[in-house]
Every structure is written in structure tokens, then in C-alpha cells.
Design a protein around this ligand. Structure first.
Ligand SMILES: [Zn+2]
Length: 355
């Protein structure tokens, strides 16, 4: 049976169902239930705005799915092969964006476990999935996240003990780019050909790739800086500053003094200044000192407040328990099928030595 429900605003309306045309004046607000209707056309006669089909209330249900994926080829290929949607995999990378650098730090043998919700509309499975609980094991380190929906219906992700997954800084300013040159205080310079510290991280990416600010802050510099080419510097607070160099262009209208939010695009990858190829040179300054962004411990954002902790636990713990069951089951299956995993050699980093 195909039942559609529509909550009607005060107006006179016509609707067609099963080829019978009805015209009726209802007492409002009221709910109209039309059964066995192939299509429903509703025309408001006393209502200014045209009727929008989106206000048709479809029958929506959800189904809980689980997955455990071991990465052998790539996150996307192995994820898709396990039947996960691209959107779901992107959600996973968004949730752990503050902990894992998916662009450069994944290794064969990394694995993840998911409990997610699949939306079913009018009996048809959609690709509209939402992660409820997830664990990602990256190079032996485990990261876990659970979804919490607050009283206003907004979903956010936390560690199972209620710390926000969000942190003051993202792990990388460019998505899915390769580190072509890491932070190194004793590096041989590719153009100058002598030992000169590389006080930042280089991300090889195509010209025009969007560059994002890794944290909230204020633009403190934008312009040319000699060998660094086109540079933007963001001041985050009294202690932290980030620098983005060799850019081809800045975001239109971005000016010194502007506020930027974490993840905002501030400009685009280029090859300006002293550079042997297109890349972003990214620096992280703490109290005026150059630091390796990968080794700085970045604090979590706001934890769940104490008065919500009971609600948080009752909402998230059952799914976190389910996640651990799925994980334990697949580990058990792995041991008992005695398939010896043959991990591929670590993906070697591209050694381009840009500056
Ligand atoms: Zn560099």
C-alpha cells in the first residue's frame, strides 16, 4: 500500500487520487491521508505560494547497517567494494578529519568499522546514509566517534566519552593532496642545493586546487613575500599562526582583517615565488616558532556539557557497543578463516622536494 500524508495549511484545495477529483474545504490545520495513490496532485486555491511537492510527507523509515573494511588498495575502492556509498566514505573522512590525514597517512592494513543508518523512502533504499558510530584504525592507532543528536535535532560527532571530534585545526589545508616534502630541519634545498631547514609541509596539488584555512582566525597578511610567492597568513589567537605560500590566487574579496572559519577556502594552489612545481607550502607557527603541524598536539573543541551526559550516553552507548561487536566478529572471522593477510608495502611518498 502506498500511503502518503500531507499536512495542509489553511486553504481550499483540490486533489486527485485514483483518478477521482475531490474538492474540499477542510478545517485547518489538518492531515490528509491518501491511500493507494499512484500520484497525488494538490492544488491550493486560496494560497499565495504554489504548492511544493517537497511538502508531501513521504513514508520514511531507517535501517541500521554495519560494515567492517580492511584497506588493501585505497579507502574509496575498498569502501565501494564493501557496498558503501561514496557519500558515506566522505562522511567518514569528515568525521576523522581532525585526527587522520587521509591524503597522506593511510596505509594498507588500516581498517574501519561502521554502524550507520540507511534512509528508506516509500520502501526504496536511498544513498542517504548517516554514520551513527565509527572506528578507524590508522597505522595502529585507534580513533572512535559516535553521533549525538541534540534537542534541536542537530547531529554532531564526539569521542565515546563525550569529547568533540572537532579540533582547533584541521590536519591538512588541501584535500586529497600528497605531501611532497615533509617538515625537516636539515633538508637539502632542491633549488639552492644546500642544507636549509624546511620549516613547513609541502602538498603537491594541481594549480587551482582550493586551499582551506585549517582554523578559525583573522587574515593578518595577504600579498607577495619574495621566494614564498603569493602568501596568506592567518592569525588564530595569541599563540597560533598558519602560513600558506606559492599560491596562484586568493579568494576574491579576501582582505587583511577579515575573519575566516575553519575550512573556508582562502585561495588556490599555484607555483608563485621560488618553486619547482605547483604545490602549497604550509607552515604552522606556535608563539612565533616554526613547528611541525603533524607533531603539535591540537586540543579538542567543546566537550558535551555535563547536563547532557546522561542523554548522550543513553543515545550513543548502544551503537558503540554494536560497533565493538561487529569489530570483534570480523576479527574472529579473520582468525578462523586462517587467511593470512598479505599487506602491500607502504605507499611510498612522492619525493618531489619542492620548497
Ligand atoms: Zn615548502
Amino acid at each position: 500500500m502506498n500511503t502518503r500524508k500531507h499536512t495542509i495549511l489553511p486553504s481550499k484545495l483540490n486533489f486527485t487520487a485514483k483518478n477521482i477529483r475531490h474538492e474540499t474545504q477542510l478545517n485547518f490545520p489538518s492531515t490528509l491521508v491518501i491511500e493507494n495513490a499512484e500520484s497525488v496532485e494538490i492544488a491550493h486555491t486560496n494560497y499565495e505560494k504554489p504548492f511544493r511537492p517537497s511538502s508531501l510527507e513521504h513514508i520514511e523509515t531507517t535501517k541500521i547497517n554495519t560494515a567492517h573494511v580492511s584497506i588493501e588498495t585505497s579507502l574509496f575502492l575498498d569502501g565501494l567494494e564493501a557496498g558503501l556509498s561514496k557519500e558515506l566514505i566522505l562522511q567518514l573522512t569528515d568525521i576523522f578529519a581532525w585526527d587522520i590525514d587521509f591524503a597522506t597517512n593511510l596505509r594498507p592494513g588500516d581498517q574501519f568499522t561502521l554502524v550507520y543508518e540507511k534512509k528508506i523512502i516509500d520502501g526504496i533504499e536511498t544513498n542517504s546514509d548517516q554514520i551513527i558510530a565509527a572506528e578507524f584504525i590508522n597505522q595502529g592507532s585507534s580513533y572512535a566517534a559516535v553521533r549525538y543528536i541534540n534537542k534541536s535535532g542537530v547531529a554532531s560527532y564526539y569521542t565515546p566519552d563525550g569529547q568533540s571530534m572537532q579540533r582547533a585545526f584541521l590536519t591538512a589545508p588541501v584535500d586529497f593532496a600528497k605531501i611532497s616534502s615533509p617538515f625537516d630541519m636539515h633538508r637539502m634545498h632542491p633549488i639552492l642545493n644546500r642544507i636549509r631547514a624546511h620549516k613547513g609541509i609541502d602538498y603537491a596539488a594541481r594549480i587551482g586546487t582550493p586551499v582551506k584555512t585549517t582554523g578559525d582566525g583573522i587574515v593578518s597578511f595577504s600579498g607577495n613575500k619574495g621566494a614564498y610567492g603569493q602568501v596568506i597568513i592567518i592569525q588564530h589567537n595569541d599563540h597560533f599562526e598558519t602560513l600558506y605560500a606559492h599560491m596562484s590566487d586568493f579568494r576574491k574579496g579576501l582582505a587583511v582583517g577579515n575573519h575566516v572559519k575553519q575550512g573556508d577556502v582562502i585561495g588556490f594552489v599555484g607555483q608563485s615565488g621560488l618553486a619547482t612545481g605547483p604545490h602549497l607550502h604550509y607552515e604552522f607557527h606556535v608563539d612565533g616558532l616554526y613547528r611541525d603541524p603533524e607533531s603539535v598536539k591540537i586540543p579538542h573543541s567543546m566537550p558535551i556539557s555535563d547536563n547532557l551526559l546522561t542523554d548522550f550516553n543513553s543515545q550513543t552507548q548502544p551503537f558503540y557497543a554494536q560497533l565493538n561487536q561487529v569489530k570483534a566478529k570480523s576479527l574472529y572471522a579473520k582468525i578462523h578463516t586462517s587467511i593470512s593477510p598479505s599487506p602491500l608495502p607502504p605507499a611510498s611518498l612522492q619525493q618531489l622536494h619542492f620548497d
